[in-house]
Ligand binder design. Structure first.
Ligand SMILES: [Fe+2]
Length: 291
């Protein structure tokens, strides 16, 4: 697809269901005009990739902080309270174990489709993921365009879900393990699992566009419906998420910085078991209660 020039930035859409590459800008010294162009590009393309930049954690935290109030993942999801004292909001996603302890979260397995912190009442808005070490193969991250997912539904389904909500279950992580604090839970009945109730259709607070909004498939439930009807509806909605025309897959290189908007995208990760070290530095901005 054609490259777009905006305030000096070069924005090259991937041609897939979402995402664009951006260059032509110094991420360590963004002008107001460049920052405005980046925000607009994020609204238009939902996921932005910056390749071939060098940025340290302090600069990384400063950059992300321009997009909103930074919000670290909750303590019970992390192996350490602080990873880098110079950039205390940065968290680590990694399979690396040092001195018998993981240096970050999420190991090397598959992470199923999710949005970041969707299991909280106020999920995160943007996520910034910076690749410091990547394995030779595996660990790709796929993104889905949830505006397109909603638009692709049958009109009757869109009408039906406009006033329905779903549970984003909180007790299990994206690799299916029980989280600390939820280890005593025995049930796998979606009606009984804990988690916030969010609308199935949410309106993006900045673009005004409507997107399909789902928690993880496991443990999802549409309150007010019999379980079988909830399962059937969720299956229908989930079938719209990973259609090839809605998806783009990022193959990580060291130095890649990817920014995505959790309010209109979902993402998942391929496993990379046995493929070597992977270390990603992550920041998130605080979002708003989905409406
Ligand atoms: Fe995630």
């Amino acid at each position: 697809m054609a490259t777009i020039e905006l305030a000096g930035l070069r924005i090259r859409p991937t041609g897939a269901g979402l995402a664009a590459d951006v260059d032509g800008v110094d991420l360590r010294a963004l002008t107001d005009g460049e920052f405005g162009a980046l925000r607009r590009a994020l609204h238009d393309h939902l996921v932005l990739r910056f390749r071939g930049y060098s940025i340290d954690d302090v600069e990384f935290q400063h950059l992300a902080g321009r997009f909103g109030e930074l919000y670290a993942s909750p303590g019970y999801t992390r192996s350490r309270a602080v990873y880098n004292p110079a950039a205390p909001m940065v968290t680590i996603v990694s399979n690396v174990v040092e001195d018998g302890a993981p240096i970050g979260e999420h190991g090397d397995g598959e992470l199923l489709w999710h949005t970041d912190l969707g299991f909280e009442e106020v999920p995160s808005a943007l996520t910034f993921l910076l690749a410091r070490e990547v394995p030779a193969t595996g660990g790709n991250t796929s993104f889905a365009n949830m505006y397109k997912a909603l638009d692709s539904l049958a009109p009757a389904t869109r009408e039906r879900i406009a006033r329905l909500k779903s549970k984003h279950q909180a007790s299990h992580s994206s690799y299916g393990a029980k989280r600390p604090g939820f280890r005593d839970i025995e049930t796998d009945d979606p009606r009984e699992l804990p988690g916030p109730i969010h609308p199935l259709v949410r309106t993006h607070p900045e673009t005004g566009r409507k997107a399909l909004y789902l928690g993880r498939r496991f443990g999802g439930y549409v309150p007010g419906l019999p379980l079988a009807k909830s399962e059937a509806l969720l299956d229908e909605l989930w079938a719209a998420v990973d259609r090839p025309e809605h998806v783009w897959t990022q193959q990580w290189q060291v130095g890649d910085l990817v920014i995505w908007d959790n309010r209109c995208t979902m993402h998942r990760r391929d496993p990379f078991t046995g493929q070597g070290r992977r270390r990603m530095h992550r920041l998130m901005t605080k979002g708003e209660r989905p409406v």
